[in-house]
Design a protein around this ligand. Sequence first.
Ligand code: NAI
Length: 682
Amino acid sequence: MSELKHWRVEHDDGIHWWRIDVADAGANVLRREVLEELEQLVEAARTEPPCGIVITSAKDSGFIAGADVHEFTTIADEGQALELIRRGQGVMDRIEALPCPVLALINGFCLGGGLELALACDYRIALDDPKTRIGLPEVRLGIHPGFGGTVRAIETIGVLPAMNLMLAGSTVDARKAKRLGLVDDRVPERQLEAAARYWLKKRPPRRRPAWHQRLLNLAPLRPLVARLLGRAVARKAPRRHYPAPWALIELWQQHGGDRRAMFAHEAKSVARLICGETARNLVRVFLLQDRLKSLGRQQTFRPTHVHIVGGGVMGGDIAAWAAVNGYRTSVQDTRPEALAATMGRAAKLCRRRFRSWPHLGTAALDRLYPDLEGSGRAHAGLVIEAIVENRTAKQSLFRELEGQVPEGCLLATNTSSIPLEEIAEGLQHPERLVGLHFFNPVAKMPLVEIVRGQATSDEAMAHAAAWSKAIGKLPLPVRSSPGFLVNRILMPYLLEAILMVEEGIPAVVIDRCATRFGMPMGPLDLADTVGLDICLHVGRNLAEHLPSDPPLTVPRHLQRLVEQGHLGKKSGQGFYRWPSGRIQRPKAPPGHWDRDRITDRMVLRLLNEAAACLAEGVVEDADLLDAGMIFGTGFAPFRGGPMHYARKLGHDEVQRRLNALAEAIDVRFRPHPWWSGDTKTP
Ligand code: NAI
């Protein structure tokens, strides 16, 4: 056997331990070279079988994160993809056929190809810890499992649990994995290796699903079950945008009863999907996410104490999130009732996040304390301001803070619209002020804009990005300018939708156009959810401060609704009615609507604003802009981001359509000069 770069092998008491440790990588991924080495190990074990084999990871970060997504981008065509997939399938088949028992010892995440490898083993034991996440999330990359996972997942846990796991692309913790039968046991860290030895010695029969799950695999029942699965998928992943879940259902429906055929068609199906537009764009999104994460890795910054000033909607939730993610956090507000509400919401969050580990939830809550007097300021390494959106209030707060916090403390503001330069006025050290612009709701939204004011130092930017990454958020550096990046680009799209309502197009028709395009929710539904008063405030602020020509106008209809007290979901009435907080969507009235034009009006205004942001250098490049819009607003991920979509359409075509709309409707559609000028495409 040639020398191994990615596996460490130990022999001990007749058991072979294969510890994966992919070179030059923080997490183990199944690159071609890693699989080739695994092939060698399997071949050696086949010719000279040990008493048992344990496949585990030498990295603390986890077991195996899946296939190497970077390799996907090097696949030129279906033929090449098929070769790669068949090779992976071959290794898994040979592991399954080994004459000795093989056990996967899962010490952390075990995803995609990692789980497919584990499923090819006879037994699986997982570390009982919240960091263990197990799943087959391939649909998120526009494909489905390809290394035999579709077959073995069904054989191991049964049709419905396996299909649901693969179709949703979700991950489960060790406890749920044990309940589902994905793993045979879950044990604490100190018992992992002893448990592996015990199972290899005891050699119980391999796990099989319950009889009724095996029944569902029979040919007469498959079409029925497939229809039910399709119905659930249709709600989340329309076939024209996301073909992978549908391909998986079809694969199972046609070949579920025939193991060999299922393997063969699994490979073909993944090869086809991986070369398709959706998978290429979703892989792009994955890599963009990686890029944002890497921006947070350039420095380490672990403040021992975080202090939040302002315990309202945002400050309270940021404080709770910081505590959940391991930071000792104090939260200050002038109103005790705001702090009481914050603690109540934090308790709820902890219960939800640590459902299976209540002691961890209690520990997180212990890290958070309400601080009416602001005693936390004196020993904070990071202070985040989230008080009311008022320039003078923020200025005087930061001046006060400067004299109270330790030297080197990072000062951050969660302002959504006030330029950092204005907030920094009068500060002795404006270089340590940075924007940390979170999105609402904090626990759900993955993006944080890291806002650079004119005086902000590189170190402050790097520290803010590092901290955002440390609390599990994606940092996006942007320049301080009206609305920063995400809200600024979203606003013209929202306002255009409202203008169309003013023209008499039903809200439900407009929203349908947006969701058909691939947005997670329609703009009017979104406006109602955010609150029409907030939309009006942001719109007015942008209209006042944006250097755009022609200027942004705020529709009168929006002002009227707010004057009438129709604020959307929170008041029970906005563009829709919201009885008991749930949207009541009327049926679209009869009539002919030019849906392509409606979609274009919204999307092209969004694209035009994005072009303006690139021209003004609000964000470094088009890829980062795409990342911001995908993770900040959910912009149709299968389209790869707005600028990627514009590139696909062609910048000439974008201009042509904008010009046509400008001529037919209004100058607000006039194409930004960026489209025809310096289009620094990456
Ligand atoms: P909010 O009105 O819910 O909370 C503000 C809190 O600050 C209140 O509880 C108030 O009592 C407290 N406060 C005011 N002055 C104070 C002082 N000097 N010291 C201590 N506490 C003080 O406001 P919200 O929505 O949480 O917004 C806070 C900041 O976050 C604003 O700058 C806003 O623009 C920004 N933001 C808001 C988002 C949203 O969706 N609500 C999204 C992103 C940013």
